[in-house]
Design a protein around this ligand. Structure first.
Ligand code: UT7
Length: 329
């Protein structure tokens, strides 16, 4: 029997979830001050654009955050959980060493049988996951996928290190990606360079019943900043070239939400007015793999991103990893 694979994949619905505990910069600064760690709303806003972040309650895991995000995306797509034959969860803060957060989420959704796995590309994780799901749908390996970024970065923050702990937050974002006769995802572009592993990492590992090395995030912020600005422009240009489009075709830029200064710099290089840039870092902080699908869902529900719009998603993070997805929403 001959089987013709659908030519495209397309986002059918989006969803997201933020844990209810919201901390403003002032809240966080007051908490840190108790341990003698000095910071201020002025410094955090000035250097990053972040005003607030959400932290999950103790015991709440990445799959707990992913579940309501996934349900919201399924509802928006008009797709039943039972139709999902692929789940990819992009996360660097999985529920456990194994099984994967995706398997745990699959069970929480009350389904079984389809493929489910986690994908680890840190802050580029959602870009990688969307690209992999797109490929699997185009080859016929899957027909309807849940692609999710879910993180509880608060678990790996060193609250004695003011250079990192003020930057991150927890949350989850999800999309349902389905086979389609019309585009959809127009082009994807993925890269990595492991020689930069040391500038952003959680070096610890589990061995012999112990954690060997630090289980907390460490970052050389300036080195990450410099690399990020360069590679984000390159990957944006590469994905536009692959799709045969130009800067002027972009309706919305939804970059990884790490630092408003990096986001403004990318928009400027693409000659995009700032009102085409979706910003949620101010309210969410950096939620790593969750940041792009969270921002996408907020932009869709906020009435900014509309069906037919050309949307550029792009991310950069630990690894070093980076990449972009250009799509017709
Ligand atoms: O998600 C993956 C991608 N990650 C990123 O994209 C992060 C990229 N990097 C950045 O966003 C920025 O480098 C940071 C926001 C992390 C830091 O901004 P910066 O402008 O590079 O600041 P800096 O590291 O040069 O620090 C400037 C000063 C230092 O004091 P001195 O040495 O000038 O006296 C720091 O000690 O700011 C001080 N500082 C703080 N002060 C108050 C660092 N953190 C804080 C803080 N509160 N939280």
């Amino acid at each position: 029997m001959s089987h013709k694979n659908p030519p495209y994949s397309r986002i059918l619905g989006t969803g997201s979830f933020l844990p209810p505990n919201r901390l403003t910069n002032a809240d966080l600064a007051a908490q840190l001050a108790k341990d003698g760690v000095e910071t201020s709303d002025e410094w955090i806003v000035g250097r990053t654009g972040i005003h607030a972040r959400h932290f999950a309650a103790p015991g709440v895991t990445a799959s707990d955050l992913a579940l309501p995000a996934a349900r919201a995306a399924l509802e928006a797509a008009g797709v039943a959980a039972s139709e999902i034959d692929l789940i990819i969860v992009a996360t660097s803060t999985p529920d456990m060493v194994f099984p994967s957060t995706a398997c745990l989420l699959q069970h929480k959704l009350g389904i079984a049988g389809g493929a489910a796995f986690d994908l680890q590309a840190v802050c580029s994780g959602f870009i990688y996951a969307l690209s992999v799901a797109d490929s699997m749908i185009k080859t016929g390996a899957a027909t309807k996928a849940l692609v999710i970024g879910a993180e509880v970065f608060s678990r790996i923050l060193d609250f004695k290190d003011r250079t990192t702990c003020v930057l991150f937050g927890d949350g989850a974002g999800a999309v349902v990606l389905g086979a389609s006769q019309t585009p959809g995802i127009l082009a994807t572009d993925l890269h990595a360079d492991g020689s930069h592993a040391g500038i952003l990492c959680v070096p610890g590992t589990v061995s012999g019943g112990l954690v060997l090395g630090s289980p907390l995030l460490t970052m050389d912020g300036q080195a990450v900043f410099k690399l990020a600005v360069g590679v984000l422009e390159k990957t944006a240009r590469a994905v536009l070239d692959k799709a045969g489009l130009t800067d002027a075709d972009i309706d919305w830029l939804i970059p990884h939400q790490a630092n408003l200064r990096i986001m403004h710099s990318t928009a400027k290089k693409l000659k995009l007015p700032l009102d085409k840039l979706i910003v949620t870092v101010d309210q969410h902080g950096n939620t790593s793999a969750a940041s792009i699908p969270l921002a996408l869902d907020h932009a869709v529900r906020g009435g900014q991103v509309k069906p037919g719009d050309t949307v550029m998603l792009e991310g950069v993070g630990g690894g070093f990893t980076w990449g972009a997805v250009l799509l017709n929403f």
